[in-house]
Design a binder for this molecule. Structure first.
Ligand SMILES: *[C@@H]1O[C@H](CO)[C@@H](O)[C@H](O)[C@H]1NC(C)=O
Ligand SMILES: *[C@@H]1O[C@H](CO)[C@@H](O)[C@H](O)[C@H]1NC(C)=O
Length: 351
């Protein structure tokens, strides 16, 4: 594997992080396969079967419509992530294509650059600007990033918490800049033209915590972006507001969508507008969001952050292969068709 583009982007970001704080920066980057695609959401709609929209979920098999606030690494028996200590769950909305005839098809997930034989899923990053600079999450911690109701840009320029990269061609062509930092290929809303190599979603979580609450009513108020706007790779060194003084590891999710199967303009709307929609009914992409329930075992994440772990190189953590990780699955709670050509998005009868 010669992941030149990936390494270019990663190294650029890593160098920026390293420069922000002298020495000891950490940046885990690893793949997690899907454990299930389902219509449940233990963070925003606990106990609801079905919840309003479809998600794809990765991580530990303790995932459930209701999850206890506590140490889920004690409940989970396996994880779909390559780091064996990570029983966290991460989930996002799915992307669907709406054909000119009004029917929908779920956009498949491609495996990201330099990740390996994952089954769909996502790439997960955890970063710290230096040794002893971040406090790892506590058991029971959960949070939400983004705003599912947003339908307009935040106008924060590159300092965005959510973006899409439009690849120039196969094999992640044009993947050079850090996520959300490419002035041409990155947009905060959906790409408006067919992308010859598909797209990549980035969802960046806040990096400042109030130091007290494991959660908050909207799952976002107990965390905050650093002063000066949402975090990005290069602002890991940013200052936290006085209300949220504790710096936490930066979580960043990437999902690569194989939109190339849907590039035939004859299937796009006659007015030339873009045909993709997030599973919660957002046709703009500005409402992209991510959910997180912390589930690392013991102090394993803290150790990884304090020992300059980089990508999958981390002596403090144990790794499993994808054939092992891919065996970790969760049973579907809501039996419905979320694939095939559908006449409406699951849970969205009006669309
Ligand atoms: C999920 O919740 C149901 C109902 O509470 C329970 O029966 C089941 O064992 C749970 N599954 C896991 C993996 O915790
Ligand atoms: C709608 O369009 C898609 C894409 O061209 C096609 O595969 C599908 O069969 C069509 N469905 C109906 C009901 O015409």
């Amino acid at each position: 594997m010669a992941p030149t583009a990936l390494v270019g982007g990663l190294v650029a970001a890593f160098v920026a992080v390293a420069q922000a704080q002298s020495g000891g920066s950490a940046m885990l980057r690893f793949g997690c396969s899907n454990i299930v695609i389902d219509r449940i959401d233990p963070l925003v709609d606990p106990g609801k079967i079905p919840s309003p929209h479809v998600h794809q979920i990765i991580g530990g098999d303790a995932f459930n419509a209701t999850m206890p606030v506590g140490d889920i690494s004690q409940i989970a028996t396996c994880t779909s992530c390559t780091f064996e200590e990570d029983f966290s769950n991460y989930w996002t909305a799915n992307v669907y294509f709406k054909a000119r005839n009004g029917t929908y098809k779920r956009v498949p997930i491609m495996v990201n650059d330099a990740i390996g034989a994952a089954n769909g899923g996502m790439t997960v990053y955890y970063s710290a600007p230096g040794k002893n600079t971040v406090t790892a999450f506590k058991p029971g911690f959960r949070m939400f990033s983004g705003d599912a109701k947003r339908r307009a840009p935040t106008n924060l320029g590159k300092a965005t918490q959510s973006c899409f990269r439009c690849y120039d061609g196969p094999n992640f062509k044009g993947n050079v800049n850090s996520p959300c930092f490419d002035p041409v290929r990155d947009t905060e809303g959906f790409p408006t033209k067919p992308c010859l190599g598909g797209w990549r979603s980035s969802v960046l979580f806040p990096i400042c915590w109030d130091g007290k609450n494991l959660d908050s009513p909207n799952h976002a108020d107990h965390v905050a972006h650093p002063v000066g706007g949402p975090a990005s790779f290069t602002s890991m060194g940013g200052k936290c507001p006085s209300t949220h003084p504790v710096k936490i590891p930066q979580i960043h999710l990437e999902i690569v969508w194989d939109t190339t199967k849907f590039n035939n303009k004859a299937d796009w709307p006659a007015d030339g507008s873009q045909p993709f929609v997030l599973s919660h009914g957002d046709t703009t992409g500005y409402g992209q969001h991510g959910d997180y329930v912390f589930g690392w075992k013991g102090d394993s994440l803290q150790k990884a952050m304090d020992n300059a772990c980089f990508a999958t190189n981390c002596k403090q953590l144990k790794s499993q292969t994808f054939p092992q990780a891919n065996k970790c699955l969760v049973k579907t709670a809501v039996k419905e068709n979320n694939d095939g050509w559908l006449d409406h998005l699951p849970g969205m009868e009006g669309m």
